[in-house]
Each structure stands twice: as structure tokens, then as C-alpha cells.
Design a protein around this ligand. Structure first.
Ligand SMILES: Cc1cc2nc3c(=O)[nH]c(=O)nc-3n(C[C@H](O)[C@H](O)[C@H](O)COP(=O)(O)OP(=O)(O)OC[C@H]3O[C@@H](n4cnc5c(N)ncnc54)[C@H](O)[C@@H]3O)c2cc1C
Length: 347
């Protein structure tokens, strides 16, 4: 058999490493370029739900993750500033795991399979031609619809949760608080500020805690933040994009970012990576041209993600309607269809 063509993956986040692992399992030569290092904290709700868990199992990654401290989440509850919903069972358990652990474990697995990982090395070329996959994460957009969107995350102790995931809504943004291992919780929020505001931004602690007197503020009253785990991200764009519109081979958030409220972005990173394995392996073995492989990956990703992206966009809009928040909290646990919309249509 002729030599296999080498593959370069730019971006060693969840999508890039998962694709690297899948290709190494098929003995394809792969190099991953990662501008950052491992382990490190990332802005993320650290709540993996949906089909991506099956991808992890198929690639043999689920067991090592559980052994490294991932836990299963079974329940969720919604909160507005003043009201709380009853606790509701998730239709399928979620996986709760710190990104500090997750990204480092994937990097180690990829290296163990013989993959070359160029850590702390930024890909500076504009070249994403044959054999090069873009897995560089979200595309930066400083302003969207007159708002600046940003995300904050920190780990904390001394927080008693009513459910494995608590989703706290407020006019400024939503915050997910989820259980991690060893008594820790992850506190992660998506917020927006109007472009025109002259008000000074709040400190991150105040932003995450929310308004005095709110249920979120009460929940986090005694929280002891692990300041080393704090991280932030800005310039988020949540408008859905189609993979076939790009001539580059893209996976994960580089294709499009699903609103974080769905807890499905990591799943989409795993799923898109899995969808890319076979076409890219076929290109490497000389069974497909690069444009054929690229278009096959893009088509499969669009087919798999279009419906959930549309539902997620609608849901994201509702989340920021002030009057909707109390209704959502009160009605979601009672109305089966609303629960399905929130937790099933968006994954
Ligand atoms: C506030 C918030 C909360 C979220 N909560 C959840 C949640 O609870 N559940 C969920 O499933 N998802 C959640 N997500 C989404 C999830 O974090 C992303 O969907 C996921 O990280 C996407 O993985 P990725 O590999 O595409 O990108 P990333 O994980 O961002 O990886 C991209 C990598 O590329 C590297 N890179 C970029 N440019 C270059 C370059 N030129 N050269 C080399 N390396 C480069 C970066 O350093 C980075 O490591 C949340 C997101 C936000 C913002």
C-alpha cells in the first residue's frame, strides 16, 4: 500500500484532539498544533450531554474519563431571580468533568497513540489547503446584534446544590452551576452588555453571584472560589453557520457555536470530529480527493446539526426575555413539550 498522506490539525481542543485520536486509531500520520498548553482551565459549563457521549464511548474514551474523575449527572433545576422549579430527571445522564482534566486526558491519549502534538505552538499560516483541518474553536465577533457577549467560569467549594445542574436565569445572562468531583462545583455563565453602556463592568465575582437578594446570590453566598481556575472569554458569536459554506475542512466550534444553555457544544465538537474521521482517513489513503473529503465532512455535520442549531437559537432568544424567565422556571417541569424542547430538541 502506498504511504498514507499526513494530516495536520490546527487546534488541540476537544474537536482537534478527538479527530487526532480517531485518525491515530486508524494509523494515519497526524500532527496537532495547539497554541496553548495542558492542563488548563477553559470557559465551559463542563456538562456533556447528548450524542457526544456515545462518540466518547466508541473511541474508547469514556472509561478513562470516568476513571479520571468524571461523574454522571441525573437531575436539573431552573431558577429565575425569584423562583425555582422542582427538580427534574434528565432523560439521559450527562457527564460532568472539568476541562482541566478532560483536555489533558485527550492530549495524553492522543500522544499514547503516537500522535505528534506541538504544544504552545500557534499555526500562523493562512493555509488551510489539502490535508489541513481547522479546529481552532469559535470565530471571534466583538459585537453581535448590539451586544458584547462574554463568558466567565470558576470552580468553587462550599456550594450546596439542589440538583446536579442548576440553571440560573437573569436579564444580564444565565449561569449554570454543576457538580464536579470531590465536593467542587463549576460556576459558568454567559452574559451580555449593551455596546452603548457607559457603566463600568462589575467584578467577575459580582457578575457570577448576580443581584443581591436573587436566588443565585443566595446559592453562592458562602462559595469559596478557586481563583486559579477562573477564566473568561469574549467576542462570542452565536449565529448558526453552515459547514458547507466554507472551503476549509472545519470541525467543532469553528463550524458554528451552539448557545451554551443547551450544554451541547462539547458534544458537537466530539460528533463533528467523529464524522470527519472516515473521510479524512480515506483522503490519507488516497481513496478520496481533499475537496471530496472536505465536502463529505461538511455535509454530514450540517445534516446532523441543522435542526438542533435552529431550536437552540430560538431557545437562546427566549432565555433573555425578562418576562419569560419566571414562566420558564414555573412551567418547564410541568409541561412535557417544553422540557423536550429544552433538553431534547437541542441535542
Ligand atoms: C460560557 C460557555 C459555557 C459553555 N458550557 C458548555 C457546556 O456546559 N457544555 C458543552 O457541551 N459545551 C459548553 N460550551 C461550549 C464548549 O466549550 C465548546 O463548544 C467546545 O469547547 C468546542 O470545542 P472546540 O475543540 O471546537 O474548541 P476549543 O475547545 O475552543 O479548542 C480550540 C483550540 O484551538 C487552539 N487554537 C486556536 N487557534 C490556533 C492556532 N492558530 N494555532 C494553534 N492552536 C490554535 C486554541 O488554543 C484551543 O485550544 C460552553 C461555552 C461557553 C462560552
Amino acid at each position: 500500500m502506498p504511504d498514507k498522506k499526513p494530516i495536520t490539525i490546527v487546534g488541540g481542543g476537544l474537536a482537534g484532539l478527538t479527530l487526532g485520536i480517531g485518525l491515530r486509531q486508524r494509523s494515519i500520520p497526524v500532527t496537532v498544533w495547539e497554541a496553548g498548553h495542558y492542563p488548563r482551565h477553559r470557559v465551559c459549563g463542563e456538562f456533556i450531554s447528548g450524542r457526544g457521549q456515545a462518540t466518547l464511548a466508541r473511541l474508547g474514551l469514556r472509561e478513562p474519563l470516568m476513571a479520571a474523575g468524571a461523574i454522571s449527572g441525573h437531575t436539573a433545576a431552573f431558577f429565575s431571580p425569584r423562583r425555582k422549579s422542582p427538580i427534574r430527571e434528565l432523560s439521559e445522564p450527562a457527564m460532568l468533568v472539568s476541562r482541566f482534566v478532560l483536555d489533558a486526558l485527550l492530549a495524553a491519549q492522543y500522544r499514547q497513540l503516537g500522535g505528534e502534538l506541538r504544544e504552545n505552538e500557534r499555526w500562523r499560516a493562512d493555509d488551510f489547503s489539502a490535508g489541513i483541518v481547522r479546529a481552532t474553536g469559535r470565530r471571534v465577533q466583538p459585537v453581535a446584534d448590539g451586544w458584547r457577549w462574554f463568558g466567565l467560569k470558576v470552580h468553587a467549594r462550599n456550594v450546596q446544590l439542589a440538583a446536579d445542574l442548576e440553571m440560573h436565569l437573569s436579564p444580564a445572562g444565565y449561569v449554570g452551576i454543576s457538580r464536579l468531583t470531590d465536593g467542587e462545583v463549576n460556576i459558568c455563565g454567559l452574559f451580555r452588555r449593551p455596546v452603548t453602556t457607559a457603566e463600568a463592568p462589575l467584578r467577575w465575582q459580582e457578575t457570577l453571584r448576580g443581584a443581591m437578594g436573587s436566588l443565585r446570590h443566595g446559592r453562592l453566598a458562602d462559595a469559596v472560589f478557586d481563583e486559579n481556575s477562573f477564566c473568561s472569554v469574549a467576542g462570542l458569536s452565536l449565529a448558526p453557520q453552515r459547514a458547507v459554506a466554507s472551503s476549509e475542512c472545519c470541525i467543532g466550534d469553528t463550524i458554528t457555536m451552539i448557545p451554551p444553555v443547551t450544554g451541547n457544544g462539547m458534544s458537537m465538537a466530539f460528533e463533528s470530529a467523529e464524522l470527519a474521521i472516515e473521510p479524512i482517513a480515506a483522503y490519507s489513503r488516497g481513496e478520496m480527493t481533499w475537496p471530496e473529503a472536505q465536502q463529505t465532512v461538511a455535509r454530514h455535520c450540517d445534516e446532523q446539526f441543522a435542526r438542533r442549531l435552529a431550536w437552540a437559537r430560538a431557545l437562546q432568544r427566549l432565555m433573555f426575555l425578562d418576562r419569560f424567565q419566571d414562566a420558564l422556571v414555573l412551567l418547564t417541569p410541568r409541561w412535557q413539550w417544553l422540557w423536550r424542547l429544552l433538553l431534547e430538541r437541542t441535542r
